[in-house]
Design a protein around this ligand. Structure first.
Ligand code: CDP
Ligand code: CDP
Length: 227
């Protein structure tokens, strides 16, 4: 039986994971957060005291690391050598280091294999940077989700504020722009819109509006026989 796949790519803070998680719930698909895998790899390097700038050392360590994905109540859990590290991968330092290790061929090869194997056995909605271009080039629907850097920085700032963490919105925007630049300019699998992806700018859309728009696009693509 055919598995259906939805690919969502875009820059940091565009709303990919929020939107993908909600759509997965509505369609009863598996949500695959690929960024979490790169984050787990970065966390492992940080814990081992390996500089993420050292490609040789990262590649060597990467071959010895086991990253696995499990689901508890529909929520993705990332395991690093058997330890559930889902709660330790969210901070910005890990995000920055994830963007550095994500430049390396050994790391990407390992992650892409894991992602493709997850998509081969289930209907998935997967988000990341290279899903429509590399991981699932034949996805049934490809979305390139974006928003202005000011909007994305404000969303991140608000998230932190809600957790009681005070931060500077201009610093957040500068970090976001830097990480996007690194992701768009790397040699292997740079962040870019696949030719057959639909561009959705969420700057002035609510979460529900984005979800409705993508589900409508998916229904149109699959001629309504899935939902
Ligand atoms: O996964 P990605 O980095 O693309 O973004 P996210 O973590 O899903 O979303 C970042 C923040 O933007 C979250 O707090 C979302 O609730 C918020 N958001 C929003 O306010 N409006 C949207 N249309 C989409 C996301
Ligand atoms: O949630 P946010 O958009 O901030 O980042 P993420 O999706 O958790 O990804 C963290 C980093 O991993 C990104 O900045 C990319 O460098 C890298 N990544 C990637 O290269 N390819 C993917 N498919 C997913 C993430």
């Amino acid at each position: 039986m055919k598995n259906y796949n939805i690919a969502i790519d875009g820059p940091a803070g565009a709303g990919k994971s929020t939107i993908a998680k909600n759509i997965a719930k509505k369609l009863q698909y598996i949500y695959v957060d690929t960024g979490a895998m790169y984050r787990a790899m970065a966390l492992s390097m940080m814990r081992q005291g390996i500089s993420t700038e050292n490609e040789e050392a990262v590649s060597k360590a990467c071959s010895l690391i086991k990253i696995t994905i499990e689901y508890i109540d529909g929520l993705q859990q990332v395991k690093l050598n058997g330890e559930n590290v889902t709660a330790f991968i969210r901070d910005e330092e890990v995000g920055k280091n994830a963007s550095v290790v994500a430049r390396y061929n050994t790391v990407r090869k390992k992650m892409v294999e894991l992602q493709q194997s997850l998509a081969s056995s289930s209907n998935v909605i997967m988000d990341g940077r290279d899903i429509g271009t590399v991981v699932l080039p034949s996805a049934d629907l490809k979305i390139f989700l974006t928003a202005s850097s000011k909007t994305r920085a404000f969303r991140r700032w608000k998230e932190l504020e809600e957790k009681g963490i005070l931060s500077n919105i201009d610093d957040i925007e500068a970090d976001i722009i830097n990480r996007d630049r690194q992701d768009m300019n790397r040699e292997i699998s740079p962040l870019r819109q696949a030719e057959d992806a639909v561009l959705v700018d969420s700057s002035n859309l609510t979460i529900d509006e984005v979800i409705d728009k993508i589900i409508l696009l998916f229904k149109e693509k699959c001629k309504g026989d899935l939902i």
